[in-house]
Design a binder for this molecule. Structure first.
Ligand code: AMP
Length: 183
């Protein structure tokens, strides 16, 4: 299942250099880390997937839960490689069947997120994936939602971690966290 050809050129530093910083977006004071400049690079795109696959391929993950919306880009690619299913965690009003919801604070503003009630079961080993860890409010809510289903184990992964915001502090100590790069 794990049949990845390792990129020769790409590495963490290269990845870092491909991320575009947008000051004051979406509001003043936020340094927005734009990953589209990394996604459009074919080698980097593959590298991001492969790096996450390397960490989780032997963990028995059954579902990757991707957080709307940038968790929907690499999340499904990782799920396919590690033999897991993909579950979207979405903003209110997007999922058509019965949902469970949780509200949370973000680096900018507040939000609610939902998953389908039948998306996960008690036997699942879950990898929650998002593009970026800032204050941790988003992933804290995602963990709460996934935990409410009573899954076997939860892992958490980000492409980018903003260390100064110390988002890790809101994540339960028993949950393994990985991020590909830190700013
Ligand atoms: P937080 O809940 O504060 O950890 O924020 C994480 C979520 O908000 C992720 O889904 C990110 O996509 C988005 N986000 C927060 N801050 C930034 C930032 N500085 N650059 C890009 N995305 C961000």
């Amino acid at each position: 299942m794990f049949h990845v050809e390792q990129s020769q050129k790409m590495n963490k530093e290269q990845f870092k250099s491909l991320i575009r910083n947008i000051p004051d977006f979406p509001q003043k004071g936020i340094q927005f880390k734009d990953i589209t400049t990394a996604l459009k690079d074919a080698e980097c795109l593959r590298w991001m997937r492969d790096e996450i696959v390397k960490i989780y391929k032997d963990k028995g993950i059954t579902k990757v839960v991707g957080l709307e919306s940038r968790g929907f880009i690499i999340g499904p690619a990782v799920a396919m490689e590690i033999g897991a299913g993909f579950v979207p965690e979405r903003k209110p009003g997007k999922l058509p069947a019965d949902v469970i919801s949780v509200s949370y604070n973000k680096e900018y503003g507040t939000d609610t997120m939902q998953i389908h009630k039948d998306a996960l079961c008690e036997d699942d080993v879950v990898l929650i994936h998002d593009d970026l860890l800032a204050t941790g409010g988003t992933v804290e809510a995602a963990i709460k939602l996934v935990k409410s289903v009573g899954v076997k184990k939860i892992y958490v992964n980000f492409l980018i971690e903003l260390e100064a915001l110390n988002g890790r502090k809101v994540i339960d100590k028993d949950i393994e966290i990985s991020s590909l790069i830190k700013f």
